[in-house]
Design a protein around this ligand. Sequence first.
Ligand code: ATP
Ligand code: MG
Length: 400
Amino acid sequence: MQYDHILIRYGEMALKGKNRKSFILQLQNNLRQQLQEFPNVTIKRTQGRMFVLLNGHDPEVIMDKCKNIFGIQSLSLAIKVRNEEEEIKAAALWALQNEQGARTFKVSVKRIDKNFPIRSQQMNQVLGAHLLSSTIGYTVDVHNPDMEIKVEIRKEATYITSSVIPGLGGLPVGSSGKTLLLLSGGIDSPVAGFLAMKRGVEVEAVHFHSPPFTSERAKQKVLDLAEKLTNYGNKVKVHIVPFTKVQQHIFREMPDNYAMTIMRRMMMRISERICKNESILSMTTGESLGQVASQTMESMNTINEVTNYPILRPLVAMDKDDIVKISRKIDTYDISIRPYEDCCTIFVPKSPKTRPSREKVNEFEAQTDFSGLIEEAVSGIEVVTLTGKAGAEEKFNDLF
Ligand code: ATP
Ligand code: MG
């Protein structure tokens, strides 16, 4: 015997009223995308649930993939049998013996198909007695069992499921539109992207690089980070902006203490251009208030002036420790700490203004014309689309 299904429960989505149907279709679609390398797998919807039919594929491997998908409240491995008492008994026994280390158990029967002749409560007893008499060393514990064997007797079949594995929660990626993630090589922005995805937002990324001051390896680092994000969505398109000339112009022409602010404003302006071209309605950054001297309210206010696109800042309320914790769980931390410089760390002004003002920055920017340089940067954008599925990680059951 072997688990032949994965049962998927979606929590929050079930509450979403009118949008419910499209959320469910999106989830099914995302599952299909993540599992496309397994040709025999099929995905079926039934009331309030989804089933992944393994058709011979390794249950654990497929489970690891499914666990990465937003919009899932919990998952269980399941065996499907006919609505026959003897078949149900055999499968329940197999499930119990298959669970490593379990010594106490509880049976929970849900009889959804009222044509099945034995009522739920009585079936609990029938199965409990069968399991006790067929094994040695197991006991029943209804309050705190090592294993709860759930038996759902539905119209079409009976499903026996193993323990409940928590999913990532959130909403299926693609159900809340798209955002442009400003992706540096740091720790924060990939986490910000992950959290935007958790709310169902599809992510495209933009990265500003300044060759030859920043190396190929710095660029590769960003692509590797984006690749990690594909574990949670279908694909991530990365726009790589050649930023050298803009930066050089800023650092030559603008006052040193405003260079950082102006550089950020240029990033926003160029990002907005990408949003317009790609029909993306928002941007996302890894900013978190007060984390570094440049992330003050004044700074945010001054940088934000150049765009009226909404800017999502999923990390704004988080402590660095918590951000690092997530980056480890989504496996971006080790990539983020690779020592390659990005454009911001190379052109660092000696004393960046921590409280810049809009008036001042507008005055400075009016002294020179950036439009040609911005056009040149936009027309030099290189696009890399990542679709890779670089191995699902198994780490984040306790994350949310
Ligand atoms: P991170 O860890 O994400 O680099 P940070 O703590 O270093 O963040 P800043 O350097 O102030 O913070 O950058 C703030 C945000 O600006 C980043 O989180 C990112 O969204 C964006 N950003 C910074 N540099 C770049 C870049 N080279 N390309 C794209 N976005 C960038
Ligand atoms: Mg950074």
